[in-house]
Design a protein around this ligand. Structure first.
Ligand code: CUA
Length: 334
């Protein structure tokens, strides 16, 4: 009965893993459907192998009273080695490869009639830089949020800024390494507008588990609007129009500007671009939800919320100034 309980519990747990925004078993695009198909075929194949091995293993315990000469024993052993050790693995692995390689090929960005949207994603310790080089009116840059058009293929050009990271949106397709000094490409498509979870899938240091990416697929029109609102001129106006945040802007110039870029205000390129930070749903690459007062809280507690992150603690800045900074950054909402 105990065994049955454990079996039931593990089945329940595995079923619990079948949905959710990071489940490969709940695909939302063609590449992910290929991944799911391969997963099920592999599982079926592995089950057949498990049953086969168990049957042979049990057969070995069968008592028998046959006398065999050493030559006969050798012949039988050879049959098992050639059959079970060579022919079976070669044929089964070849069959799986013939099935899996074309699926992998379909995820490569081979030439299409109409060149798709290109989005560059660069992994940093421990955040995501996202660039839209093809945006009408000039390149758009953001961080820790990836907005893409739904219902059409998108080519992702990924790389790493410091160490190896991996780009993985489980409901859209397989993972791909982000290597410093090299650009890897993967073609993904979201069937419908939706929000997807994504996660760095390569151990990249102490903040690896806190390297989430918010991915949102939106209709093409909404995507174009989203991009247009993030043009440099629009963002510059956004950051400078409001004159009630002088304290914050002064503090920003002293403490933040050399690392962070805010269009129209600063050019820092070390940490995430903050030009549209107020419009993001998460802070700290998915560590906390964006809501009123969240930026100030993040500025005060970020080393507790995300231990080891590259931004120094702000013990030297008083709380009122951090509150002012947070309030200003939250207004950066295109
Ligand atoms: Cu970046 Cu793990």
């Amino acid at each position: 009965r105990q065994a049955a309980c454990w079996l039931g519990l593990s089945l329940l747990l595995s079923v619990a893993g079948c949905t959710g925004d990071r489940s490969i078993l709940d695909p939302a695009g063609p590449a992910a459907r290929d991944v799911r198909l391969i997963w099920w075929v592999m599982l079926g194949f592995a089950t057949i192998v498990l049953i086969g091995v168990t049957v042979v293993w049990l057969y070995a315990f069968k008592p028998r009273n046959v006398e065999r000469t050493p030559a006969q024993e050798r012949r039988i052993a050879r049959r098992w080695i050639i059959g079970g050790g060579l022919v079976l693995p070669i044929t089964s692995v070849t069959a799986l490869l013939m099935f899996g390689v074309p699926a992998g090929q379909r995820m490569l960005p081979l030439p299409l009639g109409e060149p798709p949207e290109v989005i560059e994603v660069i992994g940093h310790q421990w955040w995501w830089e996202v660039r839209y080089p093809g945006a009408e009116g000039g390149e758009v840059v953001t961080a820790n949020q990836l907005v893409m058009p739904a219902g059409e293929p998108v080519d992702f050009h990924v790389s790493g800024a410091d160490v190896i990271h991996a780009f993985w949106v489980p409901r859209l397709g397989g993972k791909i390494d982000m290597l410093p000094g090299r650009v890897n490409k993967i073609r993904l498509e979201a069937d419908e507008p939706a929000v997807f979870g994504a996660q760095c899938a390569e151990l990249c240091g102490v903040g690896h588990a806190h390297m989430h990416l918010y991915v949102e697929a939106v209709p093409r029109e909404a995507f174009d609007t989203w991009l247009a609102a993030r043009q440099d001129a629009e963002l510059s106006e956004l950051a400078t129009q409001d004159t009630t945040h002088d304290v914050a802007r002064e503090a920003f110039a002293t403490h933040c500007a050399s690392c962070h870029q805010v269009a129209g205000v600063s050019q820092g390129g070390v940490g995430p671009n903050l030009s549209d930070v107020g419009s993001r749903t998460m802070l700290g690459a998915g560590v906390m939800a964006m809501e009123e007062g969240a930026v100030s809280q993040w500025l005060q507690q970020h080393q507790t919320l995300k231990p080891g992150n590259r931004m120094p603690a702000h013990d030297d800045i008083d709380t009122d100034t951090l509150d002012a900074l947070g309030a200003w950054l939250e207004t950066l909402t295109p």
